[in-house]
Ligand binder design. Structure first.
Ligand SMILES: Nc1ncnc2c1ncn2[C@@H]1O[C@H](COP(=O)(O)OP(=O)(O)O)[C@@H](O)[C@H]1O
Ligand SMILES: [Mg+2]
Ligand SMILES: [Zn+2]
Length: 511
């Protein structure tokens, strides 16, 4: 007899429908899976057989052929355990045959028949809904995540036995429902707030500009000057996520297996700060069953590389393409996958190996050669992709000790929001969201300089010896500063401020 049970799988961030066709016949006892299963799918055999037995069902010796259709797409993961077991139990007549054509089953079985969490539930359920599936039966632990999808009946199950009872109408399982409005209306809380940072007004201003235009930023400063502290607070001044953005980052984190069973949707901007020992694979994504890397987990949020020169040079190299393209393609044997990675890049570094070059508190013990070797660990092409560079110097003791009222992140964020609104409106026909994404053509259109600004720019290039790479960076940042000022045209003061954010080019990376 042949039974067909619907299931879902995933490729990159997209779910796709899989028909699990199970044929049980008498003949030489055998078990075969066809339809491009990878090793993780072939391993389902032992789990399914043992789970069925341990759930109290007979498992007679039969010839079992399982076909996963469409046959030309690679299947990986343990999603198919549950649909395979259901298909077999239908053939064994343990389940009353009923119309299951609008139901999809997803789940991994453990040997005792429990149903375990699987990754990628959200994208699979979004696609299932699109394809007209009305009901999904999936691990209880993943039920809330699935319930984000509207108009889809979500049946969370704990065990194979319960699932069979449910299908045989011997057990009632109420569909899982979540109240999306309650969740999305709840106030977003970030762990760190700018009101903790004393002094540093100019640095906070630079971070506000960076947040307002989505600009990448590099902070150079002595140890203890507050670089890490400042970076951690950047997500708290980025504009709130739209629901679509929240859904997109939740999909990525779902595929990576990072969604908690109680908080099914991510409403905070991600802040990822991988250690400098990270490999290229973990940074950009990959692996046998490819997972999104840190750059994709940082999508719509911040990727912070603390102590930038400590990272392996080859790791920094692989960052360049994704920084430009805002998506990353991972090549595989049979296909390639693309994950989005539109993040704000934030990096910090000391000015030299000992950390105190240019410091007033302590003398630098490094040779000129050592300093330039250190700074040159950051390659030109990477620097090219950083719009704003600032020098962080420690706050004075009086500042640290003072009780003056400090502006909160929410206040800063409200200005950022206003500036972003202008950008969204201005660029709505171009599918970009911020000034940092301006293409050369759009720079020409929206970053025109008047004669005064032109002069300042010219002077800066001649007197400060700015590099050519600095030019477009300055224009984009000046556009953001003008937006924060609610001005339609870039003015001299905007350009002057933007030029300041390139001064380190000359100090450390003269060319
Ligand atoms: N402006 C500041 N206001 C309040 N505390 C500060 C400030 N700057 C530094 N600190 C304190 O110093 C600590 C060290 O700062 P940190 O961010 O780790 O420095 P860095 O990363 O530059 O080495 C912080 O955790 C914080 O306690
Ligand atoms: Mg630090
Ligand atoms: Zn030094």
């Amino acid at each position: 007899m042949l039974s067909i049970v619907k299931s879902m799988s995933i490729q990159g961030l997209e779910g796709f429908l899989v028909d699990v066709q199970v044929d049980v016949s008498s003949g030489m006892p055998n078990w075969e899976v066809v339809g491009l299963p990878d090793i993780s799918v072939r391993e389902s055999k032992e789990r399914v057989r043992t789970a069925i037995k341990n759930s109290g069902f007979e498992f007679p010796s039969r010839r079992i052929i399982i076909n996963l259709a469409p046959a030309n797409t690679k299947k990986e993961g343990s999603f198919f355990d549950l649909p395979i077991a259901i298909g077999i139990l239908i053939d064994f007549e343990e389940i009353d045959v009923q119309d299951l054509s609008n139901t999809a089953f997803i789940g991994e079985l453990s040997l005792d028949g429990k149903i375990n969490h699987v990754n990628g539930i959200l994208p699979m359920c979004i696609e299932a809904r699109k394809l007209g599936i009305k009901r999904v039966v999936l691990p209880m632990d993943d039920a809330k995540e699935a319930a984000i999808v509207e108009n889809l009946e979500v049946i969370g199950v704990e065990s194979l036995k319960d699932t069979v009872k449910f299908l045989n109408n011997e057990k009632i399982i109420t569909p899982t429902i979540i109240n999306l409005k309650d969740i999305t209306n709840s106030k977003i809380n970030y762990a760190f707030d700018f009101s903790d940072v004393k002094g540093q007004e100019n640095i906070k201003r630079a971070l506000e500009v960076a947040a307002a235009g989505g600009h990448n930023i590099l902070m150079v400063g002595t140890p203890g000057s507050g670089k890490t502290m400042l970076a951690r607070r950047i997500p708290s001044i980025l504009p709130d996520l739209t629901f679509e953005e929240a859904l997109e980052i939740t999909k990525i984190h779902s595929v990576a297996g990072l969604i908690s069973k109680d908080i099914p949707i991510l409403l905070n901007r991600p802040f990822r700060s991988p250690h400098h020992t990270i490999t290229s694979n973990s940074l950009i994504g990959g692996g046998r069953i490819p997972k999104p890397g840190e750059i994709s987990l940082a999508h719509f949020g911040v990727l912070f590389l603390d102590e930038l020169p400590e990272f392996n040079k080859s790791v920094l190299e692989v960052l360049r393409g994704p920084l430009e393209d805002r998506e990353v393609t991972i090549s595989r044997v049979n296909a390639s996958l693309t994950y989005p990675c539109n993040f704000m890049f934030v990096a910090s570094m000391n000015p030299c190996p000992c950390g105190f070059y240019g410091s007033k508190e302590k003398e630098c013990t490094c040779s000129n050669e050592a300093i330039s070797r250190y700074m040159n660990k950051i390659s030109g092409p990477l620097l090219d992709r950083i719009d704003i560079q600032i020098e962080v110097t420690p706050v004075k003791y009086q500042k640290l000790n003072s009780n003056e009222k400090i502006e909160s992140s929410d206040k800063i964020k409200s200005r950022v929001n206003e500036a972003r609104k202008l950008q969204l409106e201005r660029y709505k026909e171009y599918e970009i969201f911020s000034n940092s994404e301006l293409t050369p053509k759009l720079i020409e259109k929206y970053c025109k300089l008047d004669i005064y600004s032109e002069n300042i720019m010219k002077n800066a290039f001649e007197k400060l010896g700015l590099s050519a790479r600095a030019y477009t960076r300055i224009l984009k940042v000046a556009r953001t500063i003008a937006d924060l000022d609610n001005k339609e045209h870039i003015e001299a003061k905007h350009i002057a401020e933007a030029i300041q954010y390139r001064s380190l080019d000359r100090k450390y990376w003269k060319n």
